[in-house]
Design a protein around this ligand. Structure first.
Ligand code: BES
Ligand code: MN
Ligand code: ZN
Length: 499
């Protein structure tokens, strides 16, 4: 999709569709009013019928409006003007783009709603472009006959009210396009089933990403190399699988040589059956999504490269399957991690932390300025926060605030849970340095983070539990691409390219 932001007279511009936002009680925006005047009050007359009441996300298509050069006119409800913000605009435009994408209109011109300041304009365009990318996403790689969209939407133009707004809008569109492409990559990898998306496949995709880009370098560690590094915890998980584990390292060098990188460490379980502590059958297919943390690292690195961000970023993705097998981990087994700490595996289904702990220890060698790990780590996080907020736990309050603020700004939000020392005792083991699960029933997301915190003492670290936010279940089953927007926003802010 192509995005443009410019000044112009909506009535005279040639397009397949004009997209006009309307607030509740049928209030047009400044640009909408000007257009309606040129159309001789046509929009106002339609609104008088009250069939359309400008509920956020409501759409109404009108054909062959007279007095302008557009073939269609799409009214989009923006909801209540008093509570209008970028999130509301994103929701409204997602509905608009969904309606347009099936209509036969290959391009559209959207009148930006009244955004007096450039910051709001930036956020509105960011939200709209990310909505367009989401609304036009399809995953049909595995269908023998993909449903063809003969006239997909290809170009979106935003009309702004001032030169300054145009600049803010152009910057927003470039950022959002890269985030959209990164999210698309994350979704594609995540939606691909476990028989096709294996650790080896992910490793190949990482190498593919680096091909032809001088700022990107991919390194893949084999099981033998991980063995030599002493990654006994990670390798114990893949021992129960016929697919060899891979440690995928993607280095994006956009910053000054020698400037400390931000490290992103993503859980890459291409399928989690639970191992010997096997999961129930219902919805087990969704455990192909247990690599969504890793996929978000791919997507974010791709966005960094597309935007040529002036920062160094290292992506580390430990990738494995977790299956039951004669050679798989057994409850009670004790393994030695790369850090030297020993772990009693009381539940083989708590495997994410077992592969992440060695990847986190490995990350120390990059002397990172900050480390964020991203993992579909605990079902408990879904119980606590549902499908809207990712769980955030951190050993550094400033970093935690930075991540929370980034999420809030771009609408890919996280919510902090405590990482208090008092929880650490839940991991006591009679036989090893620690157990891989907490004793007692409560606080599963916290005890999982407590486990990881024992491997992150060398750096500032934040942990994102995305078990509830990485994919949707039910009839809209599919990856969300989260938290690519949050992570990219975090990096854009570190580069002072937005605030
Ligand atoms: N990948 C799962 C967590 C998960 C479950 C994410 C369902 C999203 C939906 C993880 O490996 C796991 O199995 N965690 C266990 C931990 C428990 C054994 C302490 C869980 O949450 O049940
Ligand atoms: Mn598991
Ligand atoms: Zn898992």
């Amino acid at each position: 999709m192509k995005y443009i932001c410019k000044l112009g007279d909506a009535a005279t511009l040639r397009t397949a569709c004009l997209v006009v936002g309307v607030h509740k009680s049928n209030q047009l925006t400044t640009l909408g009013l000007a257009l309606d005047e040129a159309l001789g009050g046509q929009i106002g007359r339609v609104l008088k019928h009250r069939d359309f009441n400008a509920e956020a996300g409501q759409t109404q298509m009108l054909y062959d409006p007279t007095g302008c050069s557009a073939a269609r006119l799409l009214l989009v409800g923006l909801g209540d003007r008093k509570v209008f913000n970028a999130a509301a605009y994103g929701k409204a435009m997602k509905a608009a783009f969904a309606a347009l994408n099936g209509s036969g209109a290959a391009d559209c011109i959207a009148l930006l709603p009244n955004g007096a300041d450039d910051d709001l304009t930036y956020r509105l365009v960011r939200a709209a472009v990310e909505a367009a990318e989401a609304a036009t996403y399809r995953f049909d790689r595995c269908k023998s006959q993909p449903t063809e969209n003969k006239r997909p939407l290809k170009k979106v133009t935003f009309i702004a009210q001032s030169r300054k707004q145009v600049n803010a809008g152009e910057r927003a569109a470039a950022h959002a396009q890269a985030i959209g492409n990164g999210s698309r990559l994350a979704k594609d990898l995540a939606n691909l089933p476990g028989n096709l998306c294996t650790p080896t496949y992910l490793a190949e995709q990482a190498q593919q990403l680096a091909r032809g880009n001088r700022k990107l370098k991919t390194t893949i560690l084999s099981e033998a190399q991980m063995q030599r590094l002493g990654m006994g915890s990670l390798l114990s998980v893949s021992r129960g699988s016929r697919q060899p584990a891979k440690l995928i390292i993607m280095e994006y060098n956009g910053g000054k040589t020698g400037s400390k990188p931000v490290a992103l460490v993503g859980k890459g379980l291409t399928f989690d059956a639970g191992g010997i502590s096997i999961k129930p059958a219902a919805n087990m297919d969704e455990m192909k999504y247990d690599m969504c943390g890793g996929a978000s690292v791919f997507g974010t690195i791709a966005a960094c490269a597309e935007l040529e961000l002036p920062i160094n970023v290292v992506g580390v993705v430990p990738s494995s399957e977790n299956l039951p097998d004669g050679d798989a981990n057994k409850p009670g087994d004790i393994v030695t991690s790369m850090s030297g700490q020993t772990i009693e595996i009381l539940n083989t289904d708590a495997e994410g932390r077992l592969i992440l702990c060695d990847a986190l220890t490995y990350t120390e060698r990059f002397e990172p300025a900050a480390v964020i790990d991203i993992a579909t780590l605990t079902g408990a996080c879904i119980v606590a926060l549902g499908d809207q907020a990712s769980g955030l736990l951190a050993n550094d309050d400033k970093l935690a605030t930075e991540v929370l603020d980034a999420g809030q700004a771009c609408g890919d939000r996280a919510w902090q849970l405590p990482l208090w020392d008092e929880y650490q005792g839940h991991l006591d083991s009679n036989f090893a340095d620690m157990a891989n699960i907490g004793s007692g029933r409560g606080g599963g997301t916290i005890t999982a983070a407590c486990f990881l915190s024992r491997f992150t003492k060398a750096f500032k670290w934040a942990h994102l539990d995305i078990a509830g936010t990485a994919w949707m279940t039910g009839k809209d089953k599919g990856a969300t691409g989260r938290p690519v927007p949050l992570l990219t926003e975090f990096l854009l802010r570190r580069c002072k390219l937005t605030d």
